[in-house]
Design a protein. Structure first.
Ligand code: FES
Length: 373
C-alpha cells in the first residue's frame, strides 16, 4: 500500500492552488525564515504604497521611487504669496499693454515709405509684439517657479493605451496639478492670465486689415507705378535726358512719382544701342526711341534683379539662375529657366527732351506665376 505523497513532494502550482486563498496569494513562503508573516508584509513595497494610497501606476516595485515634492521654495506667508502673485500678474498685464501698443502702432504710425514716422513702424511693432508674447511667456515661467510645487517627475515609457487605473491616477494628478497652480483659489492670477493670453487673439487682426486695404485696388499684382507721361528718373531722382547715354550705355530708371525709387515693382533698365541693331517684334518697335529701349529689371523666373548688360552681344544676364535675355530682340529668353521675355516699357521724349513712359508695362512684370489662374 503506497503512502500519499507529502506536501513537499507535490508541484509548487498544486501546493499553491490547494492552500486557502490568503495563504496562496501571500507574499511568499516564509518557511525556514525567522521573519513572520506580519513582518514580511511590512517590508512589502506594494503593501506600503497601498497603505499610502498611491496610484496603481506607481505600485510596480521594480520602479525607482519618485522623489518627494519640494515645497521649500514656496512663499512662507500669505503676504509673500500675494507679492509673488502680483509679480506674475504684472507680467500678464504687460502682455496686454504689448497687444494694445501693437494695435495702436499699426493703426496710428505712418507705414508708407519715405514718411517721417515710417522708420519707427517696424521697430515699434517688434517691441510691442515682444512685450505681448514675452509677458505671457515670462509670467507663466515665473508662476511655475514661484508659486507651484517643485516636483521631479519621471515618465516611464509604456505601451500605447492606458488601463483604467492609470487613467484614474493621471486624472487625479491633473486635478492635483491644477490645484497646485493656485488657479482655483487665486482670482487675480486667474483673471490676469485670461486677460493676457486672451488679448493675444487680437494680434492677427491688423493683418486682416491689410487684406482689406487692397481688395478694391484693381489688378494690384498686374500693374506698376509707370503711367503715360511719367518721366524716367535715376536712383538719385534726376531725370534722364535724350543724349545722356552713350551707345552701349545702360541706366537703372524709376518712375518719377511719389516714392517712385522705392516702389519694388517699378525698377527698369534703359539701354542704348545702335538703331540698326534693334530687331524688335513688330508690335514693340514703336516702344523704342532712337535706339533706346526700356525693360523691367525684375527677372521673369523668380524675380531677381537683372542688371548685368553685355553691350557686345546685347545680352542681359540674371545672376540668380543664369537666365539670359536678348535686349535687341525684345528681351527674349535665349538661355536659362525664365519662361518669358522681360516686359518692355514704351518710351518717348517730352518737350524738354526728357524720356517719359508711354504707359504701364503691357504685361505683368516679375515671375510668371503672377499670371496663372
Ligand atoms: S531669378 Fe532670374 S534666372 Fe532665376
Amino acid at each position: 500500500m503506497s503512502n500519499p505523497p507529502s506536501d513537499a513532494d507535490r508541484p509548487l502550482a498544486d501546493q499553491l492552488s490547494s492552500r486557502p486563498p490568503d495563504e496562496a496569494s501571500g507574499p511568499g513562503d516564509t518557511r525556514g525564515s525567522s521573519v513572520d508573516q506580519d513582518e514580511f508584509q511590512n517590508t512589502d513595497s506594494r503593501a506600503q504604497l497601498q497603505a499610502e494610497g498611491r496610484g496603481e501606476a506607481q505600485l510596480d516595485s521594480s520602479k525607482t521611487p519618485e522623489p518627494a515634492p519640494d515645497y521649500s521654495h514656496l512663499p512662507p506667508s500669505d503676504r509673500d504669496w500675494n507679492i509673488a502673485e502680483r509679480k506674475v500678474a504684472g507680467l500678464f498685464f504687460l502682455a496686454v499693454l504689448g497687444v494694445l501698443g501693437f494695435l495702436v502702432t499699426f493703426f496710428a504710425v505712418e507705414q508708407e515709405f519715405g514718411q517721417p514716422g515710417n522708420v519707427y513702424f517696424t521697430p515699434l511693432l517688434g517691441i510691442f509684439m515682444t512685450m505681448a508674447l514675452g509677458g505671457v511667456g515670462a509670467g507663466t515661467v515665473l508662476w511655475a517657479k514661484l508659486l507651484m510645487v517643485d516636483e521631479e517627475a519621471v515618465q516611464e515609457r509604456h505601451p500605447f493605451g492606458s488601463d483604467p487605473d492609470e487613467r484614474a491616477a493621471t486624472a487625479k494628478a491633473l486635478r492635483q496639478g491644477i490645484e497646485d497652480t493656485g488657479l482655483p483659489r487665486r482670482k487675480l492670477l486667474r483673471r490676469s492670465l485670461m486677460l493676457g493670453a486672451g488679448s493675444l487673439a487680437l494680434l492677427p487682426l491688423p493683418f486682416l486689415g491689410f487684406l482689406g486695404r487692397f481688395q478694391h485696388k484693381e489688378r494690384v499684382l498686374a500693374t506698376t507705378s509707370w503711367r503715360e507721361g511719367v518721366r524716367l528718373i535715376r536712383q538719385n531722382g534726376t531725370p534722364v535726358k535724350l543724349g545722356d547715354l552713350q551707345i552701349g550705355g545702360v541706366e537703372s530708371v524709376f518712375p518719377d512719382v511719389e516714392h517712385g525709387t522705392l516702389k519694388a515693382d517699378s525698377p527698369a533698365l534703359l539701354i542704348r544701342m545702335r538703331p540698326e541693331d534693334l530687331q524688335l517684334p513688330a508690335e514693340q518697335q514703336e516702344w523704342a526711341y532712337q535706339g533706346h529701349v526700356v525693360y523691367s529689371s525684375i527677372c521673369t523666373h523668380l524675380g531677381c534683379p537683372v542688371k548685368l548688360y553685355e553691350q557686345q552681344t546685347h545680352n542681359l544676364l540674371c545672376p540668380c539662375h543664369q537666365s539670359i535675355f536678348k535686349a535687341s530682340t525684345g528681351a527674349t529668353v535665349i538661355f536659362g529657366p525664365a519662361a518669358r521675355a522681360l516686359p518692355q516699357l514704351a518710351i518717348s521724349v517730352d518737350d524738354e527732351g526728357y524720356f517719359v513712359a508711354g504707359g504701364d508695362f503691357a504685361e505683368s512684370i516679375g515671375p510668371s506665376y503672377w499670371e496663372r489662374g
